[in-house]
Design a protein around this ligand. Sequence first.
Ligand SMILES: C[S@@+](CC[C@H](N)C(=O)[O-])C[C@H]1O[C@@H](n2cnc3c(N)ncnc32)[C@H](O)[C@@H]1O
Length: 275
Amino acid sequence: MNTHCEDISDAAFRGISSLLYDTAGIQLSEHKKTMMVTRLRKRLLHLGLDSFDGYLSYLRGGNKDELQVMLDLMSTNETYFFREAEHFNVLAKELRSQPGKHWRIWCAALSSGEEAYTIGMLAQDILGTDRWSLVGTDISSRMVSKARRAIYPEAMLEKVPEYYRKHFCLCGRGEYSGYFTFIPEIRAAVDCRLMNLTKPLAGIGPFDIVFIRNVLIYFDQPTKEAVIGRILPLVAKDGLVITGHSESLFGISPHLQTIQPSVYRYSPQARTAQV
Ligand SMILES: C[S@@+](CC[C@H](N)C(=O)[O-])C[C@H]1O[C@@H](n2cnc3c(N)ncnc32)[C@H](O)[C@@H]1O
C-alpha cells in the first residue's frame, strides 16, 4: 500500500472521522485525508488489512482496544517544554500571590508531559515540596505512559532555561545516558491519568489552576462549550483557566473573566460582562 489519499475511500474517511469525533470530539476536515492515511497506514499493515474500508469494519466491530489505538495514532501530540512561555510568567505570579497555600493544578491535555513538568519545575521552585500537586490527563494512553515515565532525550533540554536545568533536571547514566528526568520531588507531585474531556470527568478536582492548552482547537463550538461546561465545576472559586494562545473562551461562560488573552479567572457567583 502506498500513501496517496486516493487509497482511502470517501466512505472510509468519513466513517473513521466520525468515530474519532464521537469518541474524542476531534474534528477532521476533508483535507486531512492524507494525514489519516499517513498515520494509520502502518496499523493496517500490522493488522493484515488491505483497505481502510476493512479497517473501518474492524473498528465498528466493537473492538474497544482498537478504538484506543486509533485515537492514539490520530491525536496530534505536539508539545515542548516552556511552550507559550508567557503563560509561565502568569503562573509564577499567581503562585507567588499565596506561597503558603497548597496549589492544585490540572494539566488537561498533557500529551507526553512536557507542559506538566514545566509547571512542576516552576511550582517546585516557588512553593517547594508538598505545597503543590498536579494532575495531568490525556485521551492518548501512549502519551499518558510517556508522561508517567518522564524520561526525555537530552536534546529537549534546549528549551529549558539554565536555572531550571541546574536545579530540577537529572541527566541519566548508563542505559539512560543521553536522557534526563526530574528530581523525585517533582515526579512525586505529578499524577498522570487517562481521561477523555468529552466524557463525564469523574474523580478529580477541585483545581486552583487549569491548563487546557492547544486541545480546544480540535473541537467544534458545541464540543468546546460542553468540555468547558464540564471543566468549570472542577475549578475552585477565583481559579485560573489558561488556554492556548490561539484558543479563546470568549462568550462561553459569563463566569469567566478575561485577565489577558487566553488567561481567565473563574468567578462562579459573578456574571462578567464580555466586551
Ligand atoms: C497538541 S497536544 C497539546 C499538549 C499541551 N497541552 C501543549 O499545549 O503543549 C493536544 C493533546 O490533546 C489530547 N486530546 C485530544 N482530544 C482529547 C480529548 N477528547 N480528551 C483529552 N485529551 C485530548 C491529545 O491526545 C494531545 O495529546
